[in-house]
Write a protein that binds this ligand. Sequence first.
Ligand code: KG4
Ligand code: ZN
Length: 341
Amino acid sequence: MLVLGIETSCDETGVALYDNQRGLLAHALYTQAALHADYGGVVPELASRDHIRRVLPLTREVLDKASRPLADVGAVAYTQGPGLAGALLVGASVAQGLAYALGVPALGIHHLEGHLLSPLMTKPAPEFPFVALLVSGGHSQLMRINGIGNYEVLGETLDDAAGEAFDKTAKLLGLGYPGGPELAALARKGTPGLVKLPRPMLHSKDLDFSFSGLKTAVVMQVKERALDATARANIAAEFQAAIVDVLVAKSLSALEQCGVSHLVVAGGVGANTELRSRLKHAGERGGFNVYFPPAEFCTDNGAMIAFAAALRLRDARGTLQKTDGAFSVKPRWNLASLPRV
Ligand code: KG4
Ligand code: ZN
């Protein structure tokens, strides 16, 4: 079956076509980063309006790339939440409209389920159960994944998400939005350890995180002295090292606590090359396997939504009805409340 997936939860419009026999056929992404750059963060109303402009042309592009007519689509999936209400409504209404016109099922997918199942798109795929480190702009969680829809939260951030900490620190260092990739690029020019930043909750016995103190420590550095380019690069390098130290240590504790040997890393911060290489080395030393989605599928995209829907549909065995066109979005949505497959 062909599944069309539409992602519009924040500032990326993503569309993809997934075939449950042949895998991902095509995907297309439009990022609104430039639209929001002047504001230093996502402006929800601008985001919604831009999704309206992009979603149908991207759908057409994906169908053309895959050389498949719209009529071949057997189900339409969309991000139902969590995310910005107006942005979610765009993807949901377009997906439901297309599904209704085609007389096929429409499936609302949880954005974070999309992220955490995305490493299963590539071979070799991790086996259940695995530990997932989900680190995005809005979430930082360690989870035990027992199966599709069977997710146990082991620990989470008490304040800022890892990506949010990257974004806020990048802003303090005068970098553009989104800050994560820019800060990572600046960190490559600096040396960690010359400036000392804390590793919050590194030795706490639980699997929770806290990143807002780290950002405050950078505020102090920025306030104390005028920073030249080298000093800024050194702070960026130390900041990245601090976050990565904590994420690696807590991931290792989670694997030990669960007695499992597969770690999946998902979400935008999973694109960070320092985090990827540190976890890869830790896995080689510690005898566990680490799985990352390809970098292009770490940040928001339509492929993960189409893929999560294809997994759910595979197990629904034809019980799903064609849509009646009624729908709602869930700007807040607890991952643990999803139905198990
Ligand atoms: O998963 P995502 O695309 O959107 C959310 O669902 O939040 O994650 C976006 C976050 C942003 O905070 C961005 O700065 C961060 O991921 N990010 C990175 C990198 N690429 C994206 N953080 C650190 N290093 C990167 N290379
Ligand atoms: Zn995301």
